[in-house]
Write a protein that binds this ligand. Structure first.
Ligand SMILES: [Zn+2]
Length: 256
């Protein structure tokens, strides 16, 4: 394919000296026109399988309030999942939560390569660039990955308002879990998913490989489907993340 795409990421907010870099792998819904909506109806594309419902609004307001830079993927996770390593079995899914994705059935190696080169890699290169600049300046930096999860998966209702995911370095996540629980929320600890080296790509690549503190935040989608919920969650995280960072710096002065 030779068609040219619009840029695969958007950057919001401003770096005004804070420690956080916000990233959002599944915030976008766009599908390259050459892929004909992946052969899905608009209704299917709007489901949680296509994007992390509500997280775009949360992320943009959080970036503005903290303030911090937010790097968002603009293409649907059904085109290519930017939280999967290239070549991962669920990088480009043929089926998701009971929905078959027609344009992802038996796709050519050239199409896979095109999606990687035009969507996956530029997004991660932009995150890398943001982190490189900060680290060259010796600045304290923490990666915050923003996601949302569907309230019901395969018929099972999920009880958590928010889930905090972590892997080799749980320190910042554990601090945020305590702060969110103190707000009276039901908080998942590596729920509804556990973060792993292979199931995830963004945090292992940008956080763990650089030994940067990080946290992956998953908010339940019914809480942020509307603008009011998005504003409330952005305000909550804008209040708690700096508190968490202060605690982190006090507790682990060598790594902040
Ligand atoms: Zn997600």
């Amino acid at each position: 394919m030779t068609n040219v795409l619009a840029e695969s990421f958007k950057v919001y907010g401003q770096d005004q000296g804070g420690p956080f870099v916000l990233v959002s792998d599944h915030a976008g819904q766009a599908i390259p026109s050459s892929l004909d909506g992946l052969g899905l109806s608009a209704q299917e594309r709007a489901r949680h399988i296509g994007w992390d419902i509500g997280i775009d609004g949360v992320g943009q307001q959080l970036a503005q309030t903290l303030p911090a830079v937010l790097i968002e993927q603009v293409y649907s996770r059904l085109v290519i999942d930017c939280n999967r390593a290239p070549g991962h079995p669920t990088s480009i899914v043929a089926q998701s939560d009971g929905t078959s994705v027609p344009r992802n059935q038996s796709i050519s190696a050239a199409d896979v390569a095109w999606r990687e080169q035009t969507i996956l890699h530029p997004y991660h290169q932009r995150i890398q660039q943001e982190l490189d600049v900060r680290l060259a300046q010796g600045r304290p930096t923490a990666v915050v990955a923003l996601h949302s999860f569907t309230p019901i998966m395969r018929g099972v209702a999920r009880p958590w308002h928010v889930g905090l995911l972590h892997n080799h370095d749980p320190r910042l996540a554990h601090i945020m879990i305590d702060l969110l629980r103190a707000e009276g929320l039901v908080v998942g600890d590596n729920e509804p998913y556990a973060l792993t080296d292979t199931s995830d790509y963004t945090v292992p690549l940008h956080g763990e490989r650089r030994s940067l503190p990080y946290v992956e935040i998953e908010i339940r989608q019914d809480l942020i489907v509307h603008a009011q919920g998005q504003a409330e969650w952005a305000a909550l995280l804008a209040r708690l993340l700096p508190q968490a960072w202060q605690i982190f710096c006090t507790r682990y002065p060598q790594s902040s």
